[in-house]
Design a binder for this molecule. Structure first.
Ligand code: NAP
Length: 337
């Protein structure tokens, strides 16, 4: 079969990048042509991907003039300065970082500590959550794939917000596995610091909060107030978002709203029991459960931060943008890490 889409992956040796390469390797219409890493430039791809049949070496930079699509798996602020060049080179760009998620350029110095290097591109970026933006993704040249916490939180709350069944402020209590922090070593992700321990962080405000607010407010709830507290859990992968708000209406009405909202969605499923992260592990599914404790709605969502929370969703957006079936290369589970 002809592999007619030439793909480049920038930051291919990180967790998101490696997951992406494994997914693309099974895509029948994609040829993986360029993988970049500063630290591995000149080293053989086979040393990082021994289970894949990839020939050649890592590059220090990708050349967009020789690619149809660039998947950027670089840290925030790094890919933003490169994206304009990739687009000018003729490639479409699917960005896993936070660089193009917020529509308001004035928010970047607040949350990402620097002015946006390419604010003129923000209006062109499509927020890469297919459950909300599938039509826009079909013609997108630049896709901003949402964060892992954001994907879980938005998918957990979108039907409630859309249906007007939220009767109070919302609290999102979210837990992440350690791979959510990336592959670079650091004290905060050191085994003996994380193992058998659980803690909250970024209590004053996590970077994913503004994108969650942006997307939920766009669903028609301008007065929305939301408290988001992330926690680091001693597990390799997974996000669990537990969301609380006062019910406006009955829990049956709320369940009906979720069933209707996600009818026909291939990767977000409303499930009868509150999901554990392990159920979604290595898959592109987001599993959502709708319950209540008295008059308080309790909605839980579980997903794999590296798949539906990053690379898998990136491939899903790519499939939509290039006219492939949305589930291509996403049918079965990735087994690493
Ligand atoms: N991990 C997750 O669960 C997750 C979920 C959603 C979104 N994301 C986003 O996806 C992106 C990648 O995350 P990750 O977890 O894969 O991170 P990671 O494991 O730390 O990988 C980062 C990648 O970027 C390269 N890199 C680092 N600093 C660079 C620089 N200054 N210039 C050029 N390349 C640089 C690294 O390779 P070299 O150092 O060899 O160049 C590596 O390939 C981030 O923007 C992250 O926010 C991650």
């Amino acid at each position: 079969m002809t592999k007619h889409v030439r793909a480049a992956v920038a930051g291919a040796n990180g967790y998101a990048g490696m997951t992406l390469v494994h997914l693309l390797a099974r895509h029948p219409d994609v040829a993986i042509e360029q993988l970049s890493s500063r630290s591995l430039a000149g080293k053989p791809l086979a040393s990082t991907f021994p289970l894949l049949s990839l020939e050649g070496d890592f590059l220090s930079e990708v050349d967009a003039s020789k690619a149809d699509v660039v998947f950027s798996c670089l840290p925030h602020n790094v890919g933003a300065a490169k994206a304009a060049g990739w687009l000018e080179g003729g490639a479409r760009v699917i960005d896993m970082s936070a660089d193009f998620r917020l529509k308001d350029a004035s928010q970047y110095p607040v949350w990402y500590r620097q002015e946006h290097p390419a604010p003129e591109l923000l209006a062109r970026a499509v927020f890469g959550l297919p459950e909300l933006h599938e039509e826009d993704l079909k013609s997108a040249q630049l896709v901003a794939v949402p964060g892992c916490y954001s994907t879980a939180s938005i998918l957990a709350l979108a039907p409630a917000v859309t249906s007007g069944l939220v009767g109070s402020d919302i609290v999102v209590d979210a837990k992440s596995g350690v791979s959510g922090a990336g592959r670079s070593p650091g004290l905060g992700v050191h085994f003996s610091e994380v193992n058998e321990s659980l803690g909250a962080y970024a209590i004053a405000g996590h970077r994913h909060l503004p994108e969650v607010m942006q997307e939920l407010r766009a669903l028609g709830h301008n007065g929305l107030r939301l408290t988001f507290v992330p926690h680091l859990a001693p597990m390799t992968r997974g996000i669990l978002a537990t969301c609380y708000f006062d019910l406006k209406g009955s829990v049956e009405e709320l369940r009906g709203a979720y069933a209707e909202f996600y009818a026909g969605q291939p990767f977000t499923r409303v499930v009868p029991e509150s999901p554990a992260t392990k159920l979604a592990s290595h898959t592109n599914f987001c599993l959502v459960h709708v319950g209540a404790q008295g008059e308080k709605a309790v909605v839980t969502a579980a997903l794999d931060n590296l798949v539906k929370g990053a690379a898998g969703q990136g491939v899903e957006c790519f499939n939509i943008a290039f006219g492939f079936d949305r589930g291509t290369a996403l049918e079965s589970a990735i087994q690493w890490p």
